[in-house]
Each structure stands twice: as C-alpha cells, then as structure tokens.
Write a protein that binds this ligand. Structure first.
Ligand SMILES: [Zn+2]
Length: 239
C-alpha cells in the first residue's frame, strides 16, 4: 500500500520454473502443430478483439483490464505464442484473478518481426527491455511482449521483467521459454499493478514461480484494484 516505486524492474528467477508446469508449452514444434493458426506468424499481423471474453461481468465492482500481446516472430515465421496459446494464457490468468473480481481481456494480439524495430529476436541486454517497451507501450492496454529466449549471461537468471507503476515506458517482457506459463505472466501483471514479491511459494508473487504459486491474498487484490483505477485507467473497460 506504500508509495509507488519509480524506475524499478522486477525479475522472476528461473529456478524451478520448469518442474511441474501445467499449460506451459515451450516446444516450438508443438506450437506449429496447433490447428487453425497457420497464419499467426505473418509478419505484422494484428488482430483486434481476438477472443471471446468468458469473464465479462455485469457487476459494477468488477474490473476489466485490456491486454495487448506482442509476439516476436522467429526467422521461420513462427510467433512465440500463437493466437490460441495466447487465448489459453489469458484464461489461465483469469482463473487466478477471479478471486479479486477482476480479469484481463485480450484485445490486441500482434505479431512483429523484431528486426523491423531494431530489436533482436533473442534479447541479450537488460537495457533492451526499455527499447522494447518504448516501441509497443500504449496507454490503452497493459502490454505483454513475448520475445525469443534470453541466452545471454547479461540478462541474468530472470525470465521476465515488468515495470512498476510510475515508470515509463511500461510493459511486461517475457522470454519464450515461459511465455505461455499462466502463473508467471499473472505474476508479472501483479507487478504491473504494484505488487511486490512475498516469501511464500504458494503465493502468486513468490520470486520463483511453481505450478502451485497461485494464491492472491485479499490485500493483494485490494492493491491491484486500487492501482488499476489510479494508474491504469486507460486500460479499464466498462464491463
Ligand atoms: Zn517478480
């Protein structure tokens, strides 16, 4: 509840991330094999309102936050997450956030050739995160960018970095290895909404994300709801 931090990047350690995952699909061959998404890798494809929103609510207290997904496309033309995978990711996060009477609506799914923006498919420098956000940040959405794998030692052990409220440009940047992992991206959106780390492996804001790192406390819900209204009003939707 304390003051918002400025210019702070929050990381997620990768230890343990790859054990016991559910719904995390990091194999590119699996991605390519999904039916009905053959055109997802077209460079620059932009799909508005791609998903049916199963979590919309008439409750006036319910909060709906719009997300913009930006998917890097590799040299073979494959996006990090296909449209279908981004839909499943959104649904996984919404199952967690339902306890807070809020949810995310994927309004934009955009595939990009990073080279067209002067960016590398495999992010190698921490400073590149700011460049990535600057290209795609929008006041009307929470930004989630899925890049290629981070192989460089300079990137450290984190899989994802998200700016806290007050720092611009804003956005969650997530590497391909964990791009579809609902618990982890939900954690990043927690940072987006001003949550800091807590030391409890079953909490969504534990620094290391496991398959059961899903709990969101009432006070964490309150903080995120207040932050959404105060700092992310451009991404709020009426229902
Ligand atoms: Zn974190």
């Amino acid at each position: 509840m304390s003051g918002l931090k400025l210019s702070v990047l929050m990381g997620v350690l990768s230890l343990g991330v790859f054990t016991g995952l559910t719904g995390c699909d990091s194999s590119s061959s699996t991605r390519r094999g999904l039916p009905g998404v053959a055109t997802d890798g077209v460079s620059g494809e932009k799909v508005e309102l791609p998903f049916e929103d199963l979590y919309a609510s008439p409750d006036p207290e319910h909060l709906t936050l719009a997300i913009k997904y930006v998917e890097y496309v590799d040299a073979a033309g494959n996006p990090v997450l296909t449209l279908d995978e981004a839909k499943r990711l959104t649904e996984a996060m919404n199952r967690l956030y339902s306890v807070c009477n809020m949810h995310f609506r994927a309004e934009v799914y955009e595939t990009v050739q990073p080279g067209n923006f002067g960016l590398d498919y495999n992010t190698s420098q921490r400073s590149d995160l700011t460049s990535i956000r600057a290209q795609f940040d929008s006041p009307d959405h929470l930004l989630v960018v899925h890049t290629g794998s981070w192989s460089s030692a300079q990137m450290g052990s984190a899989n994802a970095w998200t700016t806290l409220p007050g720092s611009t440009p804003s956005g969650a940047v997530v590497e391909a290895d964990v791009a579809g992992m609902g618990n982890l991206v939900a954690h990043e959106l927690g940072h987006y909404l001003n949550l800091l780390h807590v030391s409890s492996s079953t909490n969504m804001m534990n620094p290391v994300i496991y398959s059961n790192s899903t709990y969101i406390s009432p006070s964490q819900c309150s903080e995120m709801r207040a932050t959404a209204r105060a700092y992310r009003s451009g991404a709020l939707r009426a229902s």
